[in-house]
Design a protein around this ligand. Structure first.
Ligand code: T4K
Length: 379
């Protein structure tokens, strides 16, 4: 790139997956071929389950074919009923899982700083029909888990964390999945750790293990007994083998993203109208997204105008998570979806922009993207 406004010749996407060394992956595939065992809890599956429990510092991990099915099983495992309090500022899967479970999502506003569910707004949303809270560590930023747990304990509610973006997040050295009743991780190709498609549930209560195991395999106990109305949520051996190969690459990818994270912050520091992600004390980041917020007044251009201008220059930043889930036709008639109930989310969703963020981006690419952004500023 010769000038900050020269478009990239090749598209720069918001992310690119880790692709492990092909020989390392085919070596693992050879084991699968030799075993003639392709799915239903094979060796690769068990190896990955154990490796992830250690990596995530959590006692129990159950692997799934994707994060959405994992979340469905979490709702079923905890026997949620009636209403579940959740955030409107998330990927569609979060409220859709509630709807598919016959539950009513109750949207609650978010904290303007973390962009996660605001615990101060939860109490007012609780009714006699409320049985749970489904909170999201959005962009990997941990929720105020202590405040959420206090409310849940006082009101007898179950807590599920959608930790799709929070792989490897630690708070004061503790894995992010050691809070609440169950946490869900997504291992989609767009995630730092992935199995192409995949996901997991992580939890502490050993009593949940058997139930979750049954629910993800049609409820089958053995050849004679089907105990529960389960589903097919199993991760297959090819996914698990890929996961084992990808997991070996995660530390280097995380470290490279950490460098890019800091480079973005250096290059964009002090640009009027751009708010950068803050450091959170005691938190080890997921390095899943690099999200900035654009103040239209101060920057001179709206977030949507910046998004379009970057796209013209072949930089495909993403407006995750716009529109708000509460604006989808399937939810907008809910009383909790009223814009007046969600003023912070309404504002935040117009400001956020996820910049390209993956290890294969060069330092020069990052500087060029920042140069483009700065050159777009008016005023
Ligand atoms: N809860 C939350 C909070 C979530 O964010 C998600 C998923 C879930 C639950 C559900 O988990 P899963 O059931 O998916 O495990 C992507 C992902 O499909 C989705 O998994 C993810 N969240 C969401 C935030 O992002 P899209 O529609 O933005 O993906 P797409 O295809 O536009 O890909 C984005 C960019 O990534 C592309 O422009 C290029 C790059 N890419 C993508 C793929 C698929 C690649 O380079 N290679 C690839 O193979 O949803």
């Amino acid at each position: 790139m010769s000038s900050p406004v020269t478009p990239f010749e090749q598209p720069i996407y918001v992310t690119r997956p880790i692709l492990p060394d092909l020989a390392a992956f085919t070596g693992r595939l050879k084991d699968v071929w030799d075993s003639k065992w392709l799915t239903n809890h094979g060796r690769q599956h068990d190896l990955l389950e154990r490796a992830l429990a250690a990596y995530l510092k959590t006692p129990h991990v159950s692997l799934f074919n994707n994060g959405t099915i994992a979340l469905l099983v979490a709702c079923r495992a905890l026997e949620l009923k009636g209403e579940v309090i959740t955030t409107p500022f998330t990927f569609p899967a979060t409220p859709h899982v509630l709807a598919w479970s016959g539950l009513t999502p109750v949207f609650c506003d978010i904290d303007p700083r973390t962009m996660d569910l605001d615990p101060a707004r939860i109490e007012a949303a609780i009714t006699p029909r409320t049985t749970g809270i489904l909170a999201v560590h959005v962009y990997g930023t941990p929720c105020d888990v202590a405040a959420i747990q206090r409310i849940a304990d006082a009101r007898g509610l179950r807590v599920i964390y959608d930790a799709a973006h929070a792989f490897g997040v630690e708070v004061n050295g503790a894995g992010i999945a050691t809070v609440g009743d169950i946490s869900m991780f997504s291992f989609h190709a767009t995630k730092l750790f992935h199995t192409a498609e995949g996901g997991a549930l992580a939890f502490r209560d050993p009593a949940l293990k058997d139930r979750i195991y049954l629910l993800r395999n049609f409820g089958i106990r053995n050849e004679e007994q089907v105990l529960l109305a389960g589903i097919n949520g199993k991760m297959n051996e090819l996914q698990a083998a890929l996961g084992l190969a990808v997991l070996e690459c995660v530390p280097a990818e995380w470290a490279r993203r950490e460098r890019i994270f800091n480079l973005y912050r250096e290059e964009l520091a002090g640009v009027p109208g751009i708010t950068l992600p803050a450091d959170l004390p005691g938190v080890r980041r997921s390095n899943q997204y690099f999200v900035i917020r654009i103040d239209r007044q101060c920057f001179g251009l709206s977030r949507d105008e910046v998004h379009a201008a970057l796209k013209e220059r072949n930089v495909h930043a993403r407006r995750y998570f716009s529109p708000l889930c509460s604006e989808y036709p399937c939810y907008r008639e809910l009383p909790s979806a009223a814009p007046a109930n969600l003023p912070v989310a309404q504002r935040v969703v117009q400001e956020v922009l996820c910049l390209p963020f993956y290890g294969a981006l060069s330092d020069d690419d990052v500087r060029a993207i920042c140069g483009m952004l700065i050159s777009l500023r008016r005023g």
